[in-house]
Design a protein around this ligand. Structure first.
Ligand code: XLS
Ligand code: NI
Ligand code: NI
Length: 443
């Protein structure tokens, strides 16, 4: 567990270190499943899950939405001095992360400290905060899972960042990405993320799609080359999302990004950071996105959250659906785990969740859901007939003519002759309900 650190002022008063108390506990401020030292499939839960707190949702998001202003007023935002305010926020962040007991955090450049319009001034501010965070990391043992640049919020990015039709805007995106890479490297960040917030279009009437996508690929290569030249050994992740804020984003889903990575020669350095709510926006299950990435060897990291069945936007709620997460963990475990990444709670409390404890309940619930799902998934893989049932469905390809087909030894005419000789195939059940019940049995 990371070391508890409280700054000059304690922000989450009355709430101490969150401990594992077991499934019989009635304490809402304790873990019931996330025992970080429990060993499952040869690794501790801490090392499997690599939980991270998202700086932006937990310490910046103030509850405002398109219909109303802020509802969450943070005591760390009181000072009128930019750096004092940013340091207070870092104090609060590290107090929270150490109390919740997660090993990692993630940030965008502008989450750490307010940015203005001046490139050099922004670099200076970020460097000041990096020095401060270095101390906090050392004192607590908390590490940086990934850093990223927010190149979508500033009004200059309204037509995109790396895909902006105006080269001057693209240059500003480059400046921000360079500084965010410097910050990530200075803090020993293990990975770096690209989420293309406005890398897409609102209408094709004003868009040269091919040219924009080429610019995006060039920017990714420049960033990768720069980071490598500065000694960064971590992995770069691209985070797919189909829309929101643009109508159509180029990084639509895992399969689309995979094609992009192949086309632009990015597979050696880049993997995917998959987010649950982005999968559902793309019309997929999260499991589908994980399987696409796992099959291609690019499963990197996950942004854990959930959407809402009744609406179609990125509500970023904390995960709590055991069945869904168990199915996801089956895929992650069978893939041999995440590729250098972790489980980042890219999720926010609701705008009317105004108690200090709400941020704790949210992370405790998310962590317990993932821990419990991981334990269930491991049990399913170890002791049920789940794997056997799946393998048996394909048994006809393991020998005889089926095997010859897989080995490329049959022609289309061979298939025709086999069909004629063997007649109508037997009816074979897909056993979906049996398998669905099996998941429930192990939860
Ligand atoms: C927004 C994204 C964003 C990325 C990081 O929908 O999920 O939070 O994870 O830029
Ligand atoms: Ni995300
Ligand atoms: Ni998102």
């Amino acid at each position: 567990m990371s070391k508890l650190i409280i700054g000059e002022k304690e922000y989450f008063k009355g709430i101490g270190q969150i401990n594992y108390e077991g499934s019989e506990s009635d304490n809402p401020l304790a873990y019931r499943w996330y025992d970080e030292n429990r060993v499952v499939a040869g690794k501790t839960l801490k090392d499997h899950l690599r939980f991270a707190v998202a700086y932006w949702h937990s310490f910046n998001a103030n509850g405002s939405d398109p219909f109303g202003g802020p509802t969450l007023f943070f005591p760390w935002n009181e000072s009128t001095d930019v750096i004092t305010r940013a340091r207070a926020k870092a104090d609060a962040a590290f107090e929270f992360i150490s109390k919740i007991g997660f090993p990692f955090y993630c940030f965008h450049d502008i989450d750490l400290v307010d940015y203005g319009d001046q490139v050099a001034e922004n670099e200076k501010r970020l460097a000041t905060l990096v020095d401060y965070l270095k101390e906090k990391q050392q004192a607590s043992g908390i590490k940086l899972l990934w850093g990223t640049a927010n190149v979508f919020s500033h009004p200059r990015y309204m037509n995109g960042a790396a895909t902006n039709p105006d080269f001057q805007v693209l240059a500003h995106a480059g400046a921000q990405i360079k500084a965010a890479l410097d910050a990530t490297i200075a803090l020993g960040g293990e990975n770096y993320v690209f989420w293309g917030g406005r890398e897409g279009y609102s209408t094709l009437l004003n868009t040269l799609m091919k040219r924009e996508q080429e610019h995006l690929a060039k920017m990714l290569h420049l960033a990768k080359d720069y980071a490598r030249s500065q000694g960064f050994n971590g992995t770069f992740f691209i985070e797919p999302k189909p829309c929101e804020p643009t109508k159509h984003q180029y990084d639509y889903d895992a399969a689309t990004v995979l094609g992009f990575m192949r086309h632009y020669d990015l597979l050696d350095d880049f993997k995917l950071n998959l987010e649950v709510n982005h999968a559902t926006l793309a019309g997929h299950t999260f499991q589908h996105e994980l399987q696409v990435a796992a099959d291609a060897g690019v499963l990197g990291s996950i942004d854990a959250n959930r959407g809402d069945y009744q609406n179609g936007w990125d509500t970023d709620q904390f995960p709590n659906n055991l069945n869904d997460v168990t199915e996801a963990m089956l895929i992650i475990l069978e893939a041999g785990g995440l590729g250098g990444g972790g489980t980042n709670f890219d999720a926010k409390i609701r705008r009317n969740s105004t108690d200090q404890a709400d941020l704790f309940y949210a992370h405790i619930g998310g962590a317990d859901t993932f821990a419990r799902a991981l334990i269930a998934a491991d049990n399913i893989l170890q002791s049920s007939d789940y794997k056997k049932i799946r393998a048996n469905r394909y048994a006809s390809y393991d020998q005889g003519k089926g095997k010859e087909f897989e080995e490329g030894k049959l022609t289309l005419t061979d298939l025709r002759n086999i069909a004629e000789a063997s007649g109508e195939p037997a009816t074979i059940s897909g056993k979906q309900e049996y398998l669905e019940n099996l998941i429930n049995r192990y939860i």
